[in-house]
Design a protein around this ligand. Sequence first.
Ligand code: UGA
Length: 434
Amino acid sequence: MKIAVIGTGYVGLVTGTCLSETGNDVICVDINEAKVKKMQNGEVPIYEPGLDLLFHRNIAQKRLTFTTDLAAAVKDAQIIFMALPTPPGGDGAADLSYILGAAKDISKLITDYKVIVNKSTVPVGTADKVSAVFAENTNVEVDVVSNPEFLREGVAVDDFMKPDRVVLGTKSERAKKLMTELYGPYVRQGNPILFMDERSSELTKYAANSFLATKITFMNEVANLCEMVGADVDAVRRGIGSDERIGKRFLFPGIGYGGSCFPKDVQALVKAADESKYDFQILKSVMEVNERQKTILVDKILKYYKNDIKGKHFALWGLAFKPETDDIREAPALYIIDALVKHGATLSVFDPEGMENVKNIIGDKVVYVDNQYEALKDADALLIATEWSVFRNPDFDRMDEILKNKIIFDGRNLYDLEKMVDMGYYYNSIGRKL
Ligand code: UGA
């Protein structure tokens, strides 16, 4: 099939690349000329494991191309994906100007039937607004389909190629047929393509992310309680997760959820509910508790040092909001750095992918080092903010030689409690005994 993808951000690029992998002709459009040039020259603009292989393979096969020319891209396309930003506006509601603007531009260019697919996370009712833009500007028939993405950064290629489900909001039989053909190769294992109306599809996206954020937040509260009553959150996690109704995934406590999706989507759903005069109480608590959870590690540190960390030097492992990404948006590590520096401490930090991005935001507020062991030099304690695999099984003998004190504050529960105690560490983690 012939596909156009408007917007080559994270979602657009993964979508375009993965759609070309099953033999479709995909042309990706972006207004950023420098970026398009780079992609034309074979440069992947984001860090996402596994993406470069597919990207290069499909470029070589000429199934994946890039352009700044919207008219050329939409001309022959049967399906046009919009993967455009929807940043939170000043009032917390998603800003739709990119999407509605692109819809208007496309409406003036098309001459035959198109399926317009919205991939961005958008408020309920957006498909209707996009349809209205087409109705105002062209007589050409279009069907607007809501198709939320459920890609996780770090495993996005796998999530796209083997989705748990594909959600498609449309009432048009013609669009349903084309979309079923397009997504067929991705659901061969039998995972469902779920057709529903546009509004339900749009709400599904927000509800899914908000539910997961709630699940994590619930576990974070259980972890905090574990510390107070002398229970072990790992045991409780396994205990409840084995119940299939609860499920094992997304039950890992930590230092609060971050990233570009959960915080934004929870906030947007609360806002949308408010606008409909519905008080979405549980999500308001989720936001509040998550803010508090981001302070947990700093609170533990301040308590340990009796509120005086002036002149202390800390090693921080992990900056990205989660492993396998260089994304630092809403990363708990940023909060930790800010709070510790405000209290007069200094930090040496290491992250396998996120250091450039942090440097661009906070500059020389901290010392950036080339590997995790170098960060430990002269450090009073080690802090862990992201569960990168390279931190999971470190060379403890080497660490013992470098660390001034055997003290670890671990926001991700990477190590076995008993092992740490046996090795003589003061090991303070989340929801477990000291
Ligand atoms: C999330 C969703 O998982 C995707 O399905 C969705 O498509 C995406 O948002 C989006 O809307 O674009 P992502 O933000 O990449 O994906 O990251 P997740 O793996 O979901 O992690 C989100 C946050 O939750 C991270 O800060 C992570 O550390 C935290 N988390 C996750 C926990 O604290 N505990 C867990 O058990 C799992």
